[in-house]
Ligand binder design. Sequence first.
Ligand code: SF4
Ligand code: SF4
Length: 127
Amino acid sequence: MIMGEMNPCLTCGACCAYFRASFYWAEADDATPGGVPEHMTQKLNEFRRVMKGTNQVKPRCIALMGEIGQGVYCSIYEKRSTVCRDFEPSWEHGTHNENCDKARAAWGLPPIKPEEWNAPDTFPQAA
Ligand code: SF4
Ligand code: SF4
């Protein structure tokens, strides 16, 4: 989720404010140096932690910056957990992700179309 130029995630962020982001506890940086900042997590059970803000009725991850549907980024992008890394936006690699559609729909956003990943850069204009 949430990276590079022309990436529709940068104007979305819906999944970070829809699902509970839970992961194996030892992915946090008190067990794995460089891992998920522990202070941004809370215990879910003996084996798992969650990103703060995602285990509630109206989730919103504490690490999500910006306005959903406008402009967003993950403030711990390089340190995010595997559950976040493994969640692929629809059609990024040619595969539909219905959970991406579901999160977007909850925020009033249409599903991503495959062609959104293939939009060419604007050809530079001659001076
Ligand atoms: S850690 Fe980052 S990618 Fe994961 S839910 Fe939070 S904002 Fe989204
Ligand atoms: S819901 Fe889909 S498009 Fe939106 S940020 Fe998540 S993966 Fe990206």
